[in-house]
Design a protein around this ligand. Structure first.
Ligand SMILES: Cc1cc2nc3c(=O)[nH]c(=O)nc-3n(C[C@H](O)[C@H](O)[C@H](O)COP(=O)(O)OP(=O)(O)OC[C@H]3O[C@@H](n4cnc5c(N)ncnc54)[C@H](O)[C@@H]3O)c2cc1C
Length: 504
């Protein structure tokens, strides 16, 4: 047993959503002695980090690479507490091979720090002061995050947790709290280095949803540094689903319960406190109200407001309504013959097709490629998954949804053909997901993905708190600190578990 004391009175927690955030929170709470019920509207747990199978291929729906598996990393810490094995994984090296327009040699984001330093000095001469600034900020931020601060704080306990995480070394980050990457580039005399900026735009968009000009510098310092040792990005053996499956095993071993195909339609609030949820069984159509001492919402903050309905505090509702539009994703999943993949193809690549075009839509693609024996494809075959961020609105407004999906699919395949050998004889299976698909399978409003853009007004100390304005209602997932990704949402889950425990 862990050192955490069991909660003797078995407080009852209902978790809305079995994404990595909800599963992690649920598994930890069950392990710490709570009575846990997780409800998810989908067929399989994992949300944006789940998988589906077609014709012998296994496709990761959204997330394809994982941070936080190294000793001390967040998944490692949580799996150790839960006493479950970490999934088998191979490190991504390079973490990503980035191809800029017209260039046939990639910028390789190597795992080894010295090798990456050499690469970036060759690729972006004169940029080292910028990278050194990032490294300094990363070291301080990483240590700070490792001491489990609560951000943003909403009561004295939260504030205490925040203060205990601060050390003299953390203070070096303070003057940069209101800096964006754009500010830092100018500070380092690199404001006009358009090649560096394009590279940063491409990489940051994956993590922060926004361009280098807008991304909060302290967020970028972490996002751009976790791919190097002693941290790193990993490709899971089998599929991404193994992460969710292990968390479900742990939950059920510790007496928790998961009900799939059960939608939470409403969160009930009485005297300023969440006390029940209204559940609909998708199979039978039956609807009932289930009471709880705590409700953990593993949904987007936009979905949370909807679930609260008339109980949503007006200030909170307004803040959510005023958020800049979030991104949707377009993803194409290809099952191919191995001959479509160039020799020595790295596991992750990023392509920008037009230096003057916007980053997003199909102008840039983030690509994940399976390798022999990783469990995603039969022998002699492979999977290629390519995603791009898109505006979600046309997908809901178009009169010709199938036509638009076809157009995006063909466009993505023709762009990918510049690198892969994609011909009718090598393509075995094609499927695509749009914001409508994500809305259907993950329940996320309008199919928005990746959380809230990490601009200054919405990151870290200025973001949405896990502690909502309604007592005993908690928000976990990629709308909260420290942001998106399976590692990010696991931190948010751990914070909520600690907050619930501190309140009992
Ligand atoms: C294309 C793409 C690529 C990505 N690549 C990576 C990557 O490589 N690495 C990485 O770490 N991250 C990546 N991400 C981000 C990562 O997948 C997410 O940030 C993370 O998985 C989100 O987890 P979550 O728990 O916050 O929410 P979600 O995964 O959205 O899970 C929420 C769950 O709640 C359920 N739900 C919602 N509403 C209700 C309701 N009313 N009732 C019942 N159930 C409900 C949903 O069915 C879902 O299962 C990617 C995302 C996308 C879309």
């Amino acid at each position: 047993m862990p050192s955490h004391s069991l909660n003797k009175n078995q407080s009852r927690v209902i978790v809305v959503g079995a994404g990595i955030g909800g599963l992690t929170a649920g598994a930890l709470l069950a392990h710490r002695g709570y009575s846990v019920l997780i409800l998810d509207q989908a067929l399989v747990p994992g949300g944006c980090a789940s998988t589906f199978k077609r014709q012998g291929f296994t496709f990761d729906v959204g997330a394809t690479q994982v941070a936080g598996l190294e000793p001390g990393g967040i998944h490692h810490r949580i799996f150790s507490e839960l006493n479950i094995d970490l999934p088998e994984a191979t490190p991504c090296d390079p973490a990503c091979a980035v191809y800029l327009p017209g260039e046939s040699t990639p910028i390789n984001v190597w795992r080894d720090s010295a090798k990456w330093q050499e690469e970036r000095q060759k690729q972006f001469p004169g940029s080292e002061p910028f990278w050194q600034l990032l490294a300094t900020l990363f070291d301080a931020s990483w240590e700070f995050q490792g001491r489990d601060p609560v951000l943003p704080p909403r009561n004295l306990w939260d504030l205490g947790q925040l203060i205990q995480a601060v050390r003299p070394s953390t203070l070096i980050t303070a003057p940069f709290t209101l800096f964006t990457v754009g500010h830092a580039l100018r500070l380092c005399g690199l404001g006009n280095d358009s090649r560096l900026r394009t590279f940063l735009d491409l990489q940051l968009k994956l993590y922060s949803q926004v361009s280098a000009e807008e991304t909060a510098l302290l967020y970028a310092a972490t996002a751009l540094s976790v791919s190097q040792l002693p941290q790193g990005l990993f490709h899971l053996q089998g599929s991404m689903q193994v992460l969710s499956d292990r968390l479900v095993e742990s939950l059920e071993r510790d007496g928790g319960k998961l009900l799939m195909r059960h939608t939470v339609e409403k969160i009930n609030v009485e005297n300023g406190k969440a006390n029940a949820v209204v559940i609909k069984n998708q199979k039978t159509g039956e609807t009932w109200t289930e009471s709880a001492d705590h409700v953990v919402a593993n949904v987007t903050v936009q979905n949370l407001v909807e679930l609260l309905g008339e109980n949503a505090p007006s200030g909170y509702k307004q803040r959510v309504a005023k958020l800049p539009p979030a991104s949707g994703a377009f993803v194409v999943y290809l099952g191919v013959d191995k001959s479509a993949i160039p020799a020595d193809c790295p596991p992750h690549l990023q392509f920008l097709y037009d230096i003057n075009g916007p980053i997003g839509e199909n102008n840039s693609l983030f690509v994940s490629v399976s390798h022999e024996g990783d469990g995603r494809a039969p022998a002699g075959k492979a999977t290629i998954i390519a995603s791009s961020f898109v505006d979600f609105t046309p997908w809901w407004n178009t009169q010709d949804y199938e036509g638009l999906k076809q157009k995006f699919t063909q466009d993505a395949i023709s762009k990918l053909s510049q690198y892969f050998y994609l011909k009718p004889e090598t393509i075995i299976y094609v499927e695509a997901a749009t914001p409508k698909t994500f809305a259907h399978f993950t329940g996320r409003e309008s199919g928005i993905v990746g959380g809230i853009g990490q601009r200054i007004p919405t990151f870290g100390p200025f973001g949405f708190a896990n502690r909502t304005p309604i007592n005993n209602l908690w928000l976990v997932g990629d709308s909260t600190h420290p942001g998106e990704g399976t590692a990010g949402v696991s931190y948010s889950a751990l914070t909520v578990v600690r907050q619930i425990q501190a309140q009992e």
